[in-house]
Design a protein around this ligand. Structure first.
Ligand SMILES: [Zn+2]
Length: 154
């Protein structure tokens, strides 16, 4: 028992070091994936690849530092398609949506980057990784809007 008490600080230190080590490994893996246009599949944790040819831009009905609850519910029902950051009114937030596909489980997911445009620079508020399905109709309406605005390009 005395031995255990003697070694306890080292045991605790060892456990903490192992936890930090594992976290760092996962963090680095995520960074490497993100820098190669990849993300981590939210369903099976394998690498997911970007499948959308371009980011889709949407306006959000919030301003400056406003917050909202439950992004998975809030975002699909409040995002409105826009074609360019020039269409963002001053102080209003917008978001970029990109689609990722996982070749391991075949599921799709989206990355939504919520940002505020400050003097032409994107001040990123948060990034969400969410299931694809609730955002499918939004991508359809974004593509339909672009087709209406640029009928000659198709
Ligand atoms: Zn997967």
């Amino acid at each position: 028992m005395d031995d255990l008490i003697y070694y306890l600080p080292q045991i605790i230190l060892g456990i903490v070091a192992a936890a930090v080590f594992i976290w760092v490994i996962f963090f680095i893996r995520e960074l490497i994936r993100n820098s190669h246009g990849k993300s981590t599949c939210i369903h099976c944790k394998k690498a997911a690849e970007k499948v959308s040819p371009e980011p889709y831009l949407f306006l959000l009905p919030v301003s400056f530092g406003d917050k909202y609850e439950d992004a998975e519910q809030y975002l699909p029902s409040h995002m409105r398609p826009i074609m360019s950051t020039r269409q963002i009114p001053t102080g209003r937030r917008a978001c970029r949506l990109e689609v990722y596909g996982c070749s391991h489980c075949g599921k799709r997911q989206v990355t939504v980057t919520d940002f505020l445009l400050v003097r032409g620079e994107e001040d990123i508020k948060r990034t969400y990784e969410l299931p694809y399905e609730p955002f499918g109709p939004l991508i359809e309406s974004w593509l339909a809007l672009r087709q209406r605005q640029e009928p000659s390009s198709n």
